[in-house]
Design a protein around this ligand. Sequence first.
Ligand SMILES: Cc1ncc(COP(=O)(O)O)c(C=O)c1O
Length: 373
Amino acid sequence: MPVPLFDTHTPLAPLREEILARITEVVDDTRFILGPNVAAFEREFAAYVGAGHAIGVANGTDAITIALRAMGVGPGDEVIVPSFTFYASAEAIPATGAVPVFCDIDLETFCVTAETVRAAMTPRTKAVIAVHLFGNVAPVAEIEALGVPVLEDAAQAAGSITAGGRPGALATAATFSFFPSKNLGAFGDGGAITTSDSEIAERARMLRFHGSRDKVTYEHIGYNSRLDELQAAILRVQLPHLDAWADGRRAAGRHYAAAGLGELVDLPTPVAGCDPAWHLYVIRHERSDELASALAAAGIGQKAYYRTPLHRQAPLVVYDRGLPLPATEEAARTHLAIPVSAVLDEAQAVEVTEAVRSALAGIDASAASAANH
Ligand SMILES: Cc1ncc(COP(=O)(O)O)c(C=O)c1O
């Protein structure tokens, strides 16, 4: 039986009628920009993460640029960011006038640590973007103890939990993406900034709205970057289900472990104190490309998301300072995402695990036969 990389359809199917009803309400109400659903979603999402404020924006990339600017980042500043992450985590930095400085990750967790951040710090460091990659949650408190403000890039970590609270409420500010495949996904683009700092919240609110409070006087060069009313209405239906979906993602990780996948490949390790809602379930293996081809042939969804780390992506090479990033290089070479969703069950985990087992047996056999010739 094929197993897809994602399944966003099954969890949403029971909510279809309710979502359509809310869409109809918005269509009838006609307050399409910053209407009552955006305001209500902002209250509900802030309460969910445990932050004082949430500001809905157009996507998770704008969320990072706006949050950094609201935190006071600008020209002449440096922002530390991991090289092993989605492009947008770094792409959002030059838009503030600051420059990205790439740091390494911990290979087991795929997240930055206090040590990897410290190695990239300079007197110009103004902020660190701690990316909660794949749903794991970077050790924010340890990084803040270095004395530098942290922005959580929580795009992949909605629904994760830590001993210190939820992502979104762990640092100076945090950003989320509601891209449709995310743990909490809109039916189009969407994003949010969360913070408990009222001044940062106020600046972010202005920046998303042309740098204005009233669209009559303008205090900043800002953006037109709002969460759509329709998307907010859709997200409000889904938010009460996020914890159950996150539990499903955690259970998927347990199913893989129980199926014996850890005997075949390296499984992702939760950061200490974190219970990740795996957005992507990413394993590591030396022969990851061959494994990917064999899994594809067996109908198993898989993807190498970040084979080329950011410091070697053409538009970002200019920011590479040549700091050694050994864990980044190894993760880039060996990682492979395999199926995960809120509804991935035990039978599917066994199916994927057995496909990995036979793929690796095939790879070993062809390596042995090549060695004998
Ligand atoms: C880690 C990370 N940061 C930022 C983003 C950007 O979000 P968006 O696609 O909503 O702009 C994404 C997702 O796409 C992401 O995975």
